[in-house]
Design a protein around this ligand. Structure first.
Ligand SMILES: [Fe+2]
Length: 489
């Protein structure tokens, strides 16, 4: 008897190769692979194919269009369509075009083999079409539930690190393992870096991509590996993690018991479903970082114009972060304060140089113009919408506890807490910096001035904490610049 000939058409290399591997591992058969509809049609012309597995979503001609051509050309071969996104409309259309069955990604090897076996015995079976459809629906429901669970859990993550941890958790829940590591690939260094893991006492080691080991090999070849348990070695499952076909990392799972092909499909599916989310987070974070860099460059230009304000924002941020830590603020609040601190005077780009760089004291009219800088700053920073919280802090950094500040005259706790923190740090640095019309005040004297502003200009609680920190830092320290540099942000 002739060997059965299968055709697998899928643009996703990993899936296509896995399928081919699975089919050829089950029986003595020939498996042809096509990356797109055109390659598939070429193969069909050359070889008598017994069954075709065709992905619906492919660039160029879709799986449905390919099916249409196959039927138009008179090929009677059974066609099983594969899709990750089934809908009733699609199912009806596919059946109308002559599809014989459906496989919803992710499918298990058992499901695939069952379908193939059914086609082989098609003429002998007594099962009615009605039973077939019922079974198909039941299977689809199970698969959809699984897909929904995975997507629902991943979509709830609000940062890259929580997403990485959730991916690991999902892998562990669906594929019980004793050890699991999610590596990210550092392309420049050629190293796989452990990013999230479970089941290890210590951080797993980094892996050089050029090394001769199964993980590196799997990543280089972009192919998953199933390594069976042997002697004292645990069974290992390695799945490369790809984003738009590019290597981004890998999952490695280990346990005593061997992994199945279904588990490999599942591990790969979790990777596939999380890839677009990981990509989105990375894009978002790089946009925010670029924005921070651009705005900070603007502040640097501003400060470079005036030697008296050189690195003012840098120092204010250091003091403010120190205060925030002492106040027990969260990491997110501190991060927000760090950004707002660096950008708090960015609104001065909107103030004419004649006023901004005036060597003497300002007239009251000139001061009125200067007073616009918190609002201008908030507008610049808040404009894109990515830094809304930071914009708010900047807007109120010149408000006073007694309500006599600017631009709005907010008082007490109505002023955002981080603006109140920034106000103390800002005043302290202004006092201890040299001005054209006065020398720099010593730290000791400036601390006294801050104390005087307790309950009038500044939040009393923040002043108290500020004084305790700075009195400790300046005690016995002759060189005040060393105090500044010891304040780490
Ligand atoms: Fe300011």
């Amino acid at each position: 008897m002739n060997k059965p000939r299968y055709l697998v058409v899928d643009d996703e290399n990993l899936l296509r190769e896995n399928l081919a591997l699975l089919l050829s591992s089950q029986e003595d058969c020939e498996v042809f692979q096509a990356r797109n509809a055109y390659e598939a049609l070429d193969i069909l012309k050359k070889y008598p194919i017994d069954l075709a597995l065709i992905d619906i979503n492919m660039p160029g001609l879709s799986g449905l269009e390919l099916l249409r051509i196959i039927r138009k050309d008179g090929y009677q071969i059974p066609v099983i369509l594969m899709t990750g996104y089934p809908s009733l409309d699609l199912t009806v259309e596919a059946l109308r075009e002559g599809a014989n069955d459906f496989l919803i990604k992710p499918f298990t090897s058992q499901q695939l083999l069952e379908i193939i076996a059914r086609f082989k015995q098609k003429n002998k079976t007594s099962k009615s079409e009605y039973d077939d459809i019922l079974e198909l629906l039941k299977r689809k429901t199970q698969e959809q539930t699984l897909l929904f669970t995975i997507s629902d859990r991943l979509i709830k993550c609000d940062s890259l690190s929580t997403l990485y941890d959730e991916i690991i958790k999902l892998q562990q829940e669906f594929i019980p393992s004793e050890e699991i590591v999610f590596y990210l690939f550092d392309q420049e260094k050629g190293v796989l870096i452990p990013t999230s893991w479970a089941g290890f006492k210590e951080r797993p080691s980094e892996i050089l991509i050029e090394e001769a080991n199964p993980v590196s090999k799997s990543v280089r070849e972009r192919l998953p590996y199933l390594i069976p348990q042997k002697d004292n070695e645990k069974a290992t499952l390695i799945v490369p993690f790809l984003i738009r076909g590019e290597i981004f990392g890998a999952f490695v799972l280990c346990r005593q018991e061997n992994f199945s092909r279904e588990e490999l499909f599942l591990a790969n599916l979790i990777g596939e479903r999380s890839a677009p989310l990981v990509e989105n987070f990375i894009l978002y974070e790089s946009i925010v970082l670029n924005l921070h860099d651009a705005l900070r460059a603007l502040v640097k230009v501003l400060e470079a114009k005036d030697p008296y304000t050189k690195e003012h924002s840098e120092r204010v941020t250091r003091y403010a972060v120190l205060l925030a830590r002492e106040l027990g603020l969260s990491d997110d609040e501190i991060e927000c304060l760090r950004v707002a601190g660096h950008l708090h005077d960015i609104g001065k780009v909107g103030i004419p140089d004649a006023i901004l760089l005036k060597p003497g004291r300002l007239t009251s009219d000139e001061f009125e113009i200067i007073k616009a800088h918190p609002l201008i700053g908030a507008e610049i920073v808040g404009h894109i919408g990515l830094l809304a919280e930071e914009a708010k802090i900047i807007k109120y950094h010149h408000e006073r506890w007694d309500g006599k500040g600017y631009p709005t005259g907010l008082a007490g706790r109505d002023i955002p807490l981080l603006s109140r923190v920034l106000a103390v740090a800002d005043a302290f640095d202004a006092m201890t910096s040299k001005r054209p019309y006065r020398p720099a005040m010593s730290f000791i004297d400036a601390i006294q001035e801050i104390k005087k502003g307790k309950g009038s200009q500044f939040d009393p609680e923040i002043v108290q904490i500020f004084v305790s920190i700075f009195q400790d830092l300046t005690r016995g320290e002759e060189d005040e610049s060393r105090v500044v540099s010891s304040v780490v942000t």
